[in-house]
Design a protein around this ligand. Structure first.
Ligand SMILES: Cc1cc2nc3c(=O)[nH]c(=O)nc-3n(C[C@H](O)[C@H](O)[C@H](O)COP(=O)(O)OP(=O)(O)OC[C@H]3O[C@@H](n4cnc5c(N)ncnc54)[C@H](O)[C@@H]3O)c2cc1C
Length: 388
């Protein structure tokens, strides 16, 4: 069995590295960490110019038609560099849903602008009382002639402050089972009645609470059938649940290795000679390898036309939990200095270890928490009954 990527995929990796050398400057990295916003207009434009804004999309839609394995190489390099891709990721995710179920007018209006990097689309799913259980959403959309009137509150709408549209999950029917009374809308965020309030997470990522007070949206912005929102959203979430964090573990490993090589203990002995350090590095290498293979299996299945069932959740669950555990190990072996942050010039490995400690916690929550992923693996993979 050969687990390596094909030569053509490795060639893509080299191209992405060269691109990042040119466009992922330290100044940009600092801006992303300072603002907590994983989106940058100039970087996005550079990707557009290179034809890489949506490289997996078919050529006829403006992509490059890269296959899932090539996308693994591209994604690994972008994540290893912590490139500002979050806004592009959500925009592409929603554009793909519009291509699948949107109207011709929506496709014409949205998709070319998304591919030109001109718009940002954000995800308006979670609510204060509906995160893991999204079907419990209570944000209301009520019909008024050719328009809908939206009232409610969404939590964690990341990038709403720079977003052009929110892909909004709203309740349109209270008389049916909760999954059956939901509808999706693309809500222009410059509408009167939209109020955006900043929330900063532990890792410094900027997200938002968004209030919708009598926000009027034309029926032309409804995506999919009335009360058919659950099916529309499932298309979007399937991709999210297949996320993996192998390349982020790699970023942690690179930072920890460079610290171990460059620093010495009080007796002047290289930290690399310290057994505890070597053990922590070894565990990280193993977790990185397992995470990579789980992620590559998902890509391989997609390429082979197989349906990904529990394999996507396994990849997301294992890699995010491993990232969290290994970041904690690294802080322990490095000691108090590991808690110096990115903006402290004396921080080991440029503050990456400290950032990973905080960043890793969110990875076990968004795109579905670890508990929800364990439930999915139990139900879909093992055929166990639903938990309560
Ligand atoms: C940094 C960040 C960015 C985010 N960005 C977005 C975004 O852009 N758009 C968006 O819509 N949302 C976003 N989210 C929200 C994210 O998807 C939710 O936080 C997540 O789905 C969990 O929902 P919750 O926070 O309401 O927790 P809850 O669902 O209330 O869960 C609380 C706890 O209970 C556990 N739990 C819940 N149900 C079960 C069950 N059935 N079985 C076992 N355990 C259970 C959970 O695992 C968790 O530990 C973001 C979150 C973060 C942290």
């Amino acid at each position: 069995m050969d687990f390596r990527l094909r030569e053509s995929s490795e060639a893509r990796r080299a191209e992405v590295r060269a691109f990042l050398e040119e466009h992922m400057s330290l100044a940009l990295e600092e801006r992303v960490y300072r603002t907590g916003v994983s989106h940058d207009a100039a970087f996005t434009q550079a990707l557009v110019d290179r034809g890489w804004i949506a490289p997996s999309w078919p050529v006829e839609f403006g992509g490059q038609g890269l296959d899932p394995e090539e996308m693994v190489a591209v994604g690994e390099e972008l994540r290893l560099a912590d490139a500002p891709m979050y806004g592009i990721g959500t925009t592409n995710m929603v554009s793909a849903v519009i291509l699948a179920v949107g109207t011709d007018a929506q496709k014409t209006e949205i998709v070319p602008k998304a591919l030109a990097g001109e718009i940002v689309i954000v995800l308006g799913f979670s609510e204060p009382e509906a995160g893991s259980d999204l079907a419990a959403a209570v944000t209301r959309a009520e019909r008024d002639g050719d328009e809908w009137v939206i009232n409610g509150q969404k939590m964690f709408t990341t990038n709403a402050q720079i977003g052009d549209y929110a892909f909004l999950l709203a309740r349109t029917n209270t008389e049916v089972a909760k999954h059956k009374g939901l509808t999706m809308f693309l809500v222009p965020l410059d509408q009167p009645g939209v109020e955006i309030q900043a929330v900063f997470t532990l890792s410094g990522e900027r997200t938002n609470i968004v209030f919708y007070n009598d926000v009027r949206v034309s029926d032309a912005w409804r995506v999919g059938e009335v009360d058919g929102g659950w099916r529309t959203m499932t298309v979007a979430l399937t991709n999210e649940h297949a996320a993996g964090f192998a390349a982020v573990i790699d970023r942690l490993l690179v930072a920890a290795e460079s610290w171990a090589r460059e620093s010495t203990d009080d007796d002047g002995v290289s930290r690399m000679e310290d057994e505890t350090v070597r053990e922590a590095l070894g565990r990280t290498v193993i977790d990185l390898e397992v995470s990579r293979l789980l992620q590559r299996r998902v890509a391989w299945m997609a390429e082979a036309g197989e349906t990904v069932i529990a394999e996507g959740p396994m990849s997301k669950l294992f890699s995010s939990e491993a990232l969290k555990d290994r970041a904690q190990d690294m802080v322990e072996v490095v000691g108090p200095d590991a808690l110096r942050s990115y903006f402290d010039p004396s921080a080991p490995s440029h503050g990456v270890i400290e950032h990973m400690l905080r960043f890793s916690l969110g990875t076990t929550i968004y795109a579905g928490t670890s508990e929800i992923h364990r439930n999915m693996i139990a139900q879909r993979g093992l055929g166990l009954p639903r938990s309560g």
